[in-house]
Design a protein around this ligand. Structure first.
Ligand code: PGA
Ligand code: ZN
Length: 432
């Protein structure tokens, strides 16, 4: 083991993500001989201020979605900048990447090129020091397994023909361990499949592995999920609660929220009242992007009205960016932040944002993207942060399950030291 290892070679390749779109894979080789890969996910319902994912825009390849330019940036500028640097100084590596890019939005090299390099270096640093990634990033005290949020019913941009609400998630916060939480989730996912078959509805799945039934209303999804929880033998709210991500940007048009499934067009105040009604009548513990991302005043009102009873998560609103999070803290918008590495583009900036959130009393929900790869780093990141929450889609589809299986391995490796976050992950549910 030597902490003196330097980056000897860094290169990239164009691979496919889970939707069949190109994405970046980066390989780092150290002077010690250690070689690791990291790959980058890609969103569909993206926030306006996310770091820029560079695409070739060559209509003759992958409909313009090729990433050969980002690959080239890794093979050239990034390799020139990082070769010879010590691998164990992640902050310096990330600063070098940011400086080499030189733009606020990482549009020059591409956030996909930059994150691939940053993450591969972190993984190489971990491998070099003989530590699992969660311990390398999180230190000696990293031991909390997150509550998984299983996106079992998909709509919006991830499930055409489904509800307007993008994600309906099972939150097995009453489970005693992560392993049991995974079982609660998988059993209930299958029970939901049976409920849909009984109702004569489709069990086709969307981008994140959840079913995409055609329903008469958004609320009908909640009723089906409650039925599935009970059918699987669990108590709604006690064993398994519900989380939703409406991704409200995707149905916000000309200043109004257009819920096609409900034949409703709502103002911000009416949209807030709509969610308040759901919070009153269903065991909802987490509400993500309930309003469009420019609506800071609306978020402040909603947080004032509902923030003591439900977790309100800013995803497109904060885009894992300290600057936007700080505004949210100052203006009392949300009480939780979604953490996505590729929204900001480097590992240390992600850690900084999460740190700021936790120190301000916000919870952190570590997240996959709708376009994923087999890379399981987010599982380690969730344990490293000790934040107690992760979402990685349904307990189905290889790229989703890979993260949950990685968490099983981490829980096994921690043995007696492992602690499952359970209800404590949600501030408003803590029994003091
Ligand atoms: P995306 O969706 O990866 O398509 O952005 C995930 C989310 O909105 O949380
Ligand atoms: Zn979201």
């Amino acid at each position: 083991m030597s902490s003196r290892a330097v980056i000897e070679e860094i290169s990239a390749d164009e691979i496919l993500d889970s939707r069949g779109n190109p994405t970046v894979e980066v390989s780092v080789t150290l002077s010690s001989g250690v070689t690791v890969n990291a790959s980058v996910p890609s969103g569909a319902s993206t926030g306006e201020f996310e770091a820029v994912e560079l695409r070739d825009r060559d209509p003759k390849r992958y409909g313009g979605k090729g990433v050969l330019c980002a690959v080239k940036h890794v093979n050239e500028e990034v390799a020139w900048a990082l070769t010879g640097m010590r691998v164990d100084d992640q902050r310096l590596i990330d600063e070098k990447l940011i400086e080499t890019d030189g733009s606020e939005s990482k549009k020059v090299l591409g956030a996909n090129a930059i994150l691939g390099a940053s993450l591969a270096c972190a993984k190489a640093g971990a491998a070099e020091s003989g530590l699992p990634l969660f311990r390398y990033l999180g230190g000696a005290n990293a031991h909390v397994l997150p509550v998984p949020m299983f996106n079992v019913l998909n709509g919006g941009k991830h499930g055409q023909g489904g509800p307007d609400v993008q994600e309906f998630k099972l939150v097995p916060l009453g489970a005693p361990t992560f392993r049991e939480a995974l079982r609660y989730g998988a059993e209930t996912y299958h029970a939901l499949g049976a409920v849909l078959v009984d109702a004569g509805l489709s069990t086709n799945v969307g981008d994140e592995g959840g079913y995409v039934p055609q329903l008469p209303s958004n609320e009908a999804a909640l009723e089906l999920i409650l039925r599935a929880i009970e059918r699987a033998g669990y108590r709604p709210g006690e064993d398994i609660a519900i989380g939703i991500d409406p991704a409200a940007n995707s149905f916000y048009e000309d200043g109004r929220y257009c819920l096609v499934r409900d034949s409703k067009t709502l103002t911000t105040d009416e949209m807030i009242a709509f969610w308040a009604d759901w919070v009153n009548r269903y065991p909802l513990v987490s509400l993500e992007d309930p309003l469009a991302d420019g609506d800071w005043a609306g978020f402040a009102t909603l947080t004032r009205e509902l923030g003591s009873r439900v977790q309100i998560v800013g995803d497109d609103l904060f885009v894992t960016n300290r600057k936007f999070l700080q505004r949210g803290i100052d203006e009392h918008c949300c009480n939780s932040i979604l953490i996505k590495l590729n929204q900001i583009g480097t590992v240390t900036e992600t850690l900084d944002t999460a740190q700021l959130a936790l120190s301000a009393g916000y919870s952190c929900l570590v997240s996959h993207r709708s376009g994923e790869t087999e890379d399981t780093s987010i599982a380690d990141l969730a344990v490293a942060l000790g934040c107690g929450q992760i979402k990685s889609g349904a307990p189905a589809r290889g790229e989703r399950v890979a993260k949950y299986n990685r968490l099983l391995a981490i829980e096994r490796a921690l043995g007696e030291d492992a602690r499952f976050a359970g209800r404590d992950a949600f501030r408003h549910l803590r029994r003091s």
